[in-house]
Design a protein around this ligand. Structure first.
Ligand SMILES: [Zn+2]
Ligand SMILES: [Zn+2]
Length: 409
């Protein structure tokens, strides 16, 4: 057909059965969230959980393209697993996203994984299994299964994390490294940070929300190019067919800088290096942030340029990305009220219904059309976020960073 299609995907989501998630996360909420945010393809999430997979089976219908559907939203069977195993003489804990082409494969995978840990408690199960052995077990069930290491850089649970991760994909996946085609940058990192690491040159850098409540769906996402099907997505990952990813400012993440939360000490990579991994206040070990970890594993400086459309582009032709804040935050800051105040929800609803989705408002809505619907100040806020004209406090050691559009209030 030669028609180039693109679709927005959020493939790291959760159900209400994963630890720490909202009780309201059912398929109704996921579908409403996808439509409001502008997400075309969602992960079904938590497919190892016995109750949730039954809800999945009952609510969604499998389609011939290897996906599932509900009310015009497409889903892919996907889950997150906490892999804990000794590798290379060290205990490792790594979160991995796992995807399967049909419900039959999911049943077979779940039957195998049940011997490695409990699937009944947490929707993101902790298994005594290395990421390599998880991938091997899935491939043994169906060759089309694939994995994406989740939030690659976070100190705990990231494959490149400082606490219990690895220094390379090879060290983790060994003989199966060639089967890993993508990594998730995570909230505390962005693609430009990943471009600095040569061992990631051959893999797609993707971004998803890791939403624990419906409002956070799509806060980061990936717009893929190609056929929106299970095999189309696999091909897009293998060939880096990505239009762009949408990223929060990585400083907002909980582990961007290094530091010590108890003492309120935040350290840039340079300051962390000077302090020798110890808190300058109390002398305890600091938590190494994502930026410091990138410095350790990178081999070249950051090389990125912003083009006329606001896309941040690498000089070596990697897929670009855009930085964003949530529309709810922009509206609430602009109108100086809480995000659930009537004025804020009315402005939000007016914009989303006019432009079709939150993503369309944030990325594509002409500034001149925003003001008549939601006011001059909201229009100004969106344009400030698009231009990166913001005040940013980096997160560290589990403390979220903050992005403020109008400082000094
Ligand atoms: Zn995780
Ligand atoms: Zn301290």
């Amino acid at each position: 057909m030669g028609l180039v299609m693109s679709y927005a995907a959020d493939l790291h989501t959760h159900s209400r059965f994963a630890m720490g998630t909202s009780r309201s996360l059912d398929f109704g909420a996921l579908v409403r969230g996808a439509k409001t945010k502008g997400i075309d393809l969602l992960a079904t999430a938590d497919f190892t959980h016995p109750v949730w997979i039954e809800e999945t089976r009952a609510a969604l219908s499998e389609t011939p393209d290897g996906l599932l559907a509900l009310d015009g939203v497409s889903f892919i069977l996907g889950t997150e697993v906490n892999c804990t195993a000794q590798q290379g003489g060290r205990g490792r804990r790594v979160h991995v996203l796992l995807f399967a082409p049909n419900l039959g494969a999911v049943d077979a995978i779940n039957a195998r994984l049940a011997s490695s840990g409990s699937l009944e408690g947490d929707g993101r199960p902790t298994l005594r299994l290395s990421p390599r052995d998880l991938l091997a077990a899935a491939l043994d069930v169906d060759e089309r299964c694939f994995v994406i290491p989740a939030h690659l850089w976070t100190p705990w649970f990231g494959l490149y994390g400082a606490k219990s991760g690895f220094d390379s994909l090879e060290e983790c996946f060994g003989d199966l490294t060639g089967r890993v085609h993508a990594v998730e940058s995570g909230l505390s990192a962005d693609p430009a940070m990943c471009w600095r690491v040569p061992s990631l040159d051959g893999v797609s850098i993707v971004s998803f929300s890791d939403a624990h409540s419906p409002g956070r769906m799509g806060r980061e996402l990936t717009v893929f190019r190609g056929e929106p099907s299970y095999d189309g997505l696999r091909a897009a990952l293998a060939r880096q067919q990505i239009e762009y990813t949408v990223e929060l400012f990585p400083e907002e993440g909980k582990y961007h800088h290094s530091g010590h939360r108890k003492c309120g000490v935040r350290l840039s990579p340079a300051a962390a290096a000077r302090s020798g991994g110890r808190c300058p206040k109390c002398g305890r070990p600091t938590t190494k942030g994502v930026l410091q970890r990138v410095e350790e594993l990178s081999a070249r400086p950051a090389e990125a340029d912003v083009d006329g459309a606001g896309l941040i582009r690498s000089r070596s032709g990697r897929p670009p990305f855009r930085r964003m804040a949530s529309l709810g935050q922009i509206v609430s800051e602009a109108l100086e009220c809480g995000p659930t105040a009537k004025r804020a929800t009315a402005a939000y609803a007016a914009l989303v219904s006019h432009f079709g989705s939150e993503l369309a408002v944030l990325l594509d809505a002409p500034e001149g059309e925003i003001a008549p619907l939601a006011g001059e100040r909201v229009a100004q806020g969106i344009s400030r976020v698009r231009n990166g004209d913001l005040t940013i406090e980096p997160g560290y050691d589990g403390v979220y960073g903050s992005v403020t559009i109008w400082p000094g209030r």
